[in-house]
Design a protein around this ligand. Sequence first.
Ligand code: TGC
Ligand code: FAD
Length: 397
Amino acid sequence: IAQFNWQDPLGSKNLLTAEEQAVSETAEQYCQARLLPRVLQAYRDEHYDPEILREMGDLGLLGATIDGYGCAGVSSVAGALITRAVERVDSGYRSSMSVQSSLVMGAIHDFGSAEQKERYLPDMAKGKLIGAFGLTEPNHGSDPGSMEAVAREHPQKQGYYLLGGSKTWITNSPIADVLVVWAKLQETGKIRGFLVDRKQCPAGTLETPAIKNKTGLRASITGMIHLADCPVPKANMFPEVEGLRGPFTCLNSARYGISLGTMGALEDCIARARTYALERKQFRGNPLAKYQLVQKKLADAATDAAYGVLAAIQVGRLKDEGKATPEMISMIKRQNCDRALHNARVLQEIFGGNAVSDEYGIGRHVANLYVCQTYEGQSDIHSLILGRAITGVQAFV
Ligand code: TGC
Ligand code: FAD
């Protein structure tokens, strides 16, 4: 007789190939052995150790879905199982990895010239070069189409643009070697992608100050990008892609990764709350786990996590067959982030006063999951993307 497994209630493991299971095990082992012991102090100190990307690179965990350039070339589901393993420890570590893998390596792979790919991808796959993705601006977050960053012809130097403008809330920016910056080309008004290579930028033209004292995602580093007439070779522009299709194509992959990643964070909340509920006794020596209200909280969370994992696997399969639509990704990004945040907040109640101590880890997940629900399209924005697809009526303008 089949046994119920509270850690995989709907048997999602049966849907994975042997290779996917092996990738998942490698990632889970690394994350539990090497990341988990560091996260509490890193979160307290608001410190990100760039060595983490090198360690991930050594294990083949970066840009894992890319074929060639030293990357593993695994399925979308396997790639997302890596994000789930990392986010089981902390969404901030996953964030840094998602930016590197999906948003920067993905952008270069999908839109870069042959020379750009050769120059950056192999070192990024090893974590020797760190990437950042600059789309959001101080005045334009949900509506990046209104961005103000601009690239104009260099008046003196042929073959160069001058980039000007500011980006904010940019993961990895203070430590990034290569920054994908989206800006409007002055001559056409169209959005284009530029590879801003820190070592090519003259002093004072590129600043990337860190944003300190965050209330979530403290184990990752976040900053701004200020470009003051920064000269960028024309050869550093993505040659073909124009308009929002460029950044949003990369976001499709990153949003997909988050959909399974946040299930890792929720699964960790469930495991922590279950252990606590079994150990903590109230009223005549009974464990909290005996009480029906506590059991319901665990049942609700486990159900949402199990459904979320299955949905993400399904969309990953369609993605690899070229059948996934952006709306499907909006649906699972929204649903899984919302359910992860909601359930994490409810499970936090099981810890009573102890939830307020960072030693229990649950408050860290709650704070992180608020950010996951906000970045890469806030949940209400994804509701409007879905509403537009369902009704055919545009809500944004
Ligand atoms: P809209 O008219 O809808 O589209 C403009 C053009 O873009 C194309 N497009 C897509 N292409 C591929 N995939 C998608 N998902 C696409 N969505 C749109 C579209 O076909 C069109 O192409 P064309 O050729 O006709 O011009 O544009 P809009 O201005 O009305 O957009 C509205 C909206 C809400 C869809 C969009 O702006 C949006 O999604 N806003 C959310 C912003 C966002 O997600 N920002 C993310 C910043 S990066 C980040 O947060 C990284 S955090 C990383 C980490 O730390 O983990
Ligand atoms: P706003 O766009 O000002 O929205 C505020 C609120 O209004 C939201 O709830 C939104 O849903 C709502 N709203 C907006 N428009 C509408 C509407 N038409 N109808 C109904 N409601 C609406 N960006 C990057 O480019 N790269 C990164 O690496 C990156 N990393 C990040 C890391 C962190 C820690 C954080 C916090 C953010 C990061 N972001 C990054 C930025 C992130 O993508 C934006 O914060 C997000 O897109 C929302 O934009 P905003 O903060 O400007 O909010």
